[in-house]
Design a protein around this ligand. Structure first.
Ligand code: ATP
Ligand code: MG
Length: 355
């Protein structure tokens, strides 16, 4: 019997419902070529569900996802539903329950996609942002004092644990060993004088375990400038929750359309399912028209195949994306300056994979 993986699918809202089925078709085709199958189980959890029932997912939602080998998410978001509803009603509970402490965003320039940069190295970008996804600056510790008075103040604590720092750094170094063996750390130890020096200390300690990996360290302010001026300097970039949040939006913006960029929330130990979702959101402005670019969702699917232990299948999907984009006569959606529909791009990707 051939290998099969059970995947929980949450198309979500807006264009999520269009790009997810397209990506499933591409991944299924690729899986059959490489001798395995994907058993999809679909969940209609979304902001639209929230509008109807008052919750993004059912009470036992997390338990239903738990047995899956992976979670394939489209996008959640709906006009009129505030972002915190989808965040706290779905995304954060999933990330926490399944200890997805890595947020991974590959950033790669692709032939045929004009990026935001005019630098001579703009077509040589190939880096990965590794964001700490479980602690750091985004903590719930803090509060407001003296509300409404002259001496009113707000306090927000950051929490950096040794275990939390070490595990994200080890992930970054392991990843660098499979790539170009370079890790840069985003810090701000000149201004944030307790947590960031600790972050630096843990970075140096873990770096000692990987003597063959070259390291560098930049304050976040100059790092964002270098990202724009010299993105080709970087291979793996490891960052705290807040700095990683910033870099993981800046990175994809450098290399082109938001419709292309993939992302993943990973539990590296594989004790729990990891979640794969494109960088883009539900894009209500173009939802329902069949014009969304499916490539970000498809590429996120390639990251899922890689994580499932099917690297050759993942390469096949990525190669199909690269081939399609590099071909000036291939169909392109509007976000890439074309006039093609989602189904044309999906069809083209499938024909590249099957030839
Ligand atoms: P959400 O609230 O779910 O985050 P959003 O309104 O922030 O949704 P994004 O998905 O982040 O929307 O998109 C921002 C812009 O990029 C929109 O104008 C949208 O049309 C465009 N866009 C996003 N994804 C795609 C895609 N896959 N194909 C084409 N255009 C896209
Ligand atoms: Mg958005």
């Amino acid at each position: 019997m051939s290998k099969s993986y059970s995947i929980a699918v949450i198309p979500g809202d807006g264009i999520g419902r269009e790009v997810v089925p397209a990506a499933q078709a591409v991944l299924d085709l690729c899986a059959s070529r490489f001798g395995f199958s994907l058993e999809w189980e679909e969940f209609d959890w979304s902001c639209e569900r929230y509008v109807k029932t008052g919750s993004m997912m059912p009470e036992d939602g997390l338990d239903r996802l738990r047995p899956a080998d992976g979670i394939f998410l489209g996008a959640v978001g709906f006009p009129g539903v505030p972002d915190h509803v989808s965040l706290w009603g779905l995304l954060i509970p999933i990330r926490r329950a399944f200890d997805q402490y890595i947020n991974l965003r590959p950033v790669k320039s692709l032939k045929g996609v004009p990026g935001a940069l005019s630098s001579p190295f703009a077509d040589k970008i190939d880096l990965c942002v590794v964001r700490e996804n479980s602690e750091g600056e985004y903590s719930e510790i803090g509060g407001r004092i003296n509300r409404g008075r002259e001496d009113e103040a707000a306090i927000q604590q950051s929490v950096f644990t040794r275990q939390g720092c070490d595990r994200v750094m080890r992930y970054a170094f392991d990843l660098a060993e499979r790539r170009s063996r370079r890790v840069a750390s985003a810090t701000k130890s000149n201004g944030i004088i307790h947590s960031m020096p600790f972050w630096d200390e843990r970075f140096d300690a873990i770096a000692n375990e990987y003597p063959e990996v070259e390291t560098s360290r930049y304050h976040i302010d100059i790092l964002t400038a270098h990202f724009v001026r010299h993105p080709e300097w970087f291979d793996v970039v490891v960052a705290s929750n807040l700095f990683g949040d910033i870099l993981s939006d800046l990175g994809p913006a450098l290399v082109g359309s938001i419709g292309i960029a993939p992302g993943a929330n990973i539990n590296p130990e594989r004790r729990h399912p990891s979640m794969f979702e494109p960088v883009h959101g539900s894009a209500p402005d173009i939802a329902g028209q069949g014009v969304a670019n499916p490539i970000g969702q498809v590429w996120s699917g390639a990251m899922m195949l890689e994580h499932l232990g099917e690297p050759e299948a993942a390469r096949c999907v990525e190669a199909a994306i690269e081939e399609l984009l590099a071909d000036p006569s291939a169909p392109r959606t509007r976000d890439l300056g074309g006039t093609a529909m989602l189904r044309d791009v999906t069809f083209a990707l499938k024909s590249i994979i099957s030839h």
